[in-house]
Ligand binder design. Structure first.
Ligand code: SF4
Ligand code: SF4
Length: 82
């Protein structure tokens, strides 16, 4: 399941540099996650790195994108080629 950033975000930018897939970017007023690139960090880390560093608790699962671990791993392979 891709993650989403909610309006608790203060646009500090810390999360963007932690993402192994470069899925996080600056939006109009808050940061945003590209669901095509977010893998919940599967294939790199045991936990979503952005969630761990966000000082506001602003990053949560997005129920619009239900995905199994296998699907997330396939997404990671599509992005990185391995
Ligand atoms: S969960 Fe991982 S892959 Fe998804 S946006 Fe956060 S750091 Fe990037
Ligand atoms: S770390 Fe949290 S508060 Fe900072 S930009 Fe990312 S989502 Fe927003």
């Amino acid at each position: 399941m891709a993650l989403i950033i909610n309006n608790k975000c203060i646009a500090c930018g810390i999360c963007a540099s932690e993402c192994p897939n470069e899925a996080i970017s600056e939006g109009d007023s808050i940061y945003i996650i590209n669901p095509n690139l977010c893998t919940e960090c599967v294939g790199f880390f045991d936990e979503p790195q952005c969630v761990n560093v966000c000082p506001r608790g602003a990053i949560v699962p997005d129920p619009k994108y239900p995905e199994t671990k296998e699907q997330l791993l396939a997404k990671k392979k599509r992005i990185h080629g391995k």
